[in-house]
Write a protein that binds this ligand. Structure first.
Ligand code: GN1
Ligand code: MG
Length: 361
C-alpha cells in the first residue's frame, strides 16, 4: 500500500480493516477509488480532490454540510451521499499528499457512461429533477462558490477568444473549421447574456455536472440518487437540464470519433423531459419553461468551447490520451450541437406537449 493511503486509512478506519483499492469511475478531474474490506462487507468511495482546480476544497465541504443539514431536517427521506468523518470528526482529510474524502459506497448500485435505454434517461432526469426540487427552499446565498464562473458562458467565450490570440499558428491551422463553427454559433452566448440580465430568472441550487455517470441506479434500473456534489452552487436551471441533454441524447460519449453516429435521439429527449418535469414542473417559471430546449444548446456549445480552448492552449485542463484528443472531443460536441439544433423546434413541441398533458392530467 502506498504510504499516502496508509495515512488515509489510519485517519478513517479501524486498525484491523484490510482494504483493497480499485480505481473507480470515469471522472476527468478528481481521482476516485472504491475501497473495500477483503470480504466486501464494507465498501467506500475515496476521492482525492484536484486542488489545482478546486482551489478551496473546504468550500465543497461547507456546501455539503449545509445542504446535508437542510435535507436531513426538511427531506429526511432523500438519499444524500455525504462524506464520512475521520476519527477526529473531519469530513475532509488534508495531508501533505493531498486532500481526500471518504464516503459510503451505496450498495447494490451501478453507474453507466452512456444511456442504454429511455427508461434510464427518464430515471436519471427524474433524479436530477428531484435534486433541484428538494433544494428549492434552500437559500442559495448560503452556498460557497467552489468554482467561480464555472458555467459563465460569456467568460468561457472570452477565454476562447484569448486562446485564439495566444495559440500557435500550427495549432490554429488544424482547427480552423471548428473555430469558425464556434464563432458562427455566438448567438448562443448572446442569449446567455440576456438570461443573466433578466432579474426574473431565478438562481437555484444547481448540481452543475448532471452527466449520466453521476446517477446511481439499482439493479432494477431505478434511479437511487445523484453523486459528484462538488459543484453544487447557485446557478440557472439550464445548467442541469443542459448537461443532461448533452450526455443522454447521444448513443456515443464525448470521446467517440465516429462522428456519423453522433446524433440526438428524439425518444431520449422525450424521456429526459418527462423525467425532469415530473419533479420540477410546478417549480419552473414560464420563462424557464421557455428556455428548456435552449439548455441543450447552451451546455453542448459550452463544452465544445471548453474542449477547443484547452486544445488551443496545449491541454492544460482536461487530461488527454493523445495530442489531438481535445480537438476530437470538440468535433464530437459540434456534431452533437448540429444534430440538436436540427431537432430543436421539434423538441420545443415535445416540451409544450408534456407541460399541457401535465396540466390536463
Ligand atoms: C469534468 O471531472 P468530471 O469528469 O466529473 C468537468 C465538467 C465537464 C466534464 C466533461 C470541474 O467533469 O464540467 O462537463 O469533465 N468538471 C470540471 O466530461 O471542470
Ligand atoms: Mg464532476
Amino acid at each position: 500500500m502506498e504510504p499516502v493511503f496508509k495515512e488515509i486509512k489510519d485517519a478513517y478506519l479501524p486498525e484491523a480493516f484490510q482494504w483493497e483499492m480499485i480505481p473507480f469511475g470515469s471522472g476527468l478531474i478528481n481521482s476516485t477509488w472504491k475501497v473495500q474490506s477483503a470480504d466486501t462487507s464494507e465498501q467506500y468511495i475515496l476521492q482525492k480532490i484536484n486542488t489545482t482546480i478546486f482551489k478551496q476544497p473546504e468550500k465543497i465541504d461547507q456546501n455539503l454540510q449545509q445542504t446535508g443539514k437542510y435535507l436531513a431536517q426538511k427531506e429526511p427521506e432523500y438519499h444524500f451521499v455525504q462524506p464520512l468523518p475521520t476519527k477526529e470528526g473531519l469530513t475532509l482529510f488534508v495531508s501533505k499528499t493531498g486532500t481526500f474524502r471518504l464516503q459510503p459506497f451505496v450498495k447494490n448500485t451501478y453507474t453507466v457512461d452512456v444511456v442504454p435505454n429511455t427508461s434510464i434517461a427518464f430515471e436519471a432526469a427524474r433524479q436530477f429533477g428531484l435534486f433541484n426540487r428538494v433544494l428549492h427552499g434552500f437559500d442559495v446565498n448560503l452556498l460557497q462558490i467552489t468554482l467561480p464562473d464555472f458555467h459563465n458562458l460569456s467568460l468561457r467565450y472570452n477565454q476562447f477568444q484569448q486562446a485564439l490570440v495566444r495559440a500557435t499558428k500550427s495549432r490554429i491551422d488544424v482547427c480552423r473549421k471548428e473555430i469558425r463553427t464556434l464563432i458562427q454559433n455566438e448567438p448562443i452566448v448572446a442569449t446567455y447574456r440576456r438570461i443573466v440580465l433578466d432579474k426574473n430568472m431565478p438562481l437555484r441550487v444547481m448540481h452543475h455536472d448532471t452527466k449520466i455517470s453521476n446517477v446511481l441506479f439499482n439493479p432494477a434500473g431505478k434511479g437511487v440518487c445523484v453523486i459528484d456534489l462538488d459543484t453544487i452552487m447557485p446557478g440557472y436551471f439550464i445548467s442541469d437540464v443542459g448537461d443532461m441533454c448533452r450526455t443522454y441524447l447521444c448513443a456515443l460519449d464525448e470521446n467517440d470519433t465516429r462522428l456519423q453516429q453522433v446524433e440526438v435521439r428524439e425518444a431520449y429527449f422525450t424521456a429526459l423531459a418527462k423525467g425532469y418535469l415530473s419533479a420540477m414542473k410546478n417549480l419552473l417559471t414560464e420563462r424557464e419553461k421557455g428556455l428548456f430546449t435552449y439548455s441543450g444548446q447552451f451546455m453542448i456549445y459550452m463544452q465544445a468551447l471548453r474542449f477547443l480552448t484547452d486544445h488551443l492552449l496545449g491541454n492544460p485542463y482536461y487530461p488527454v490520451n493523445h495530442p489531438l484528443h481535445n480537438l476530437e472531443r470538440t468535433q464530437n460536441q459540434l456534431k452533437l450541437l448540429k444534430s440538436y439544433q436540427q431537432k430543436e423546434s421539434h423538441f420545443q413541441m415535445i416540451v409544450e406537449d408534456i407541460l399541457t398533458e401535465e396540466k390536463i392530467g
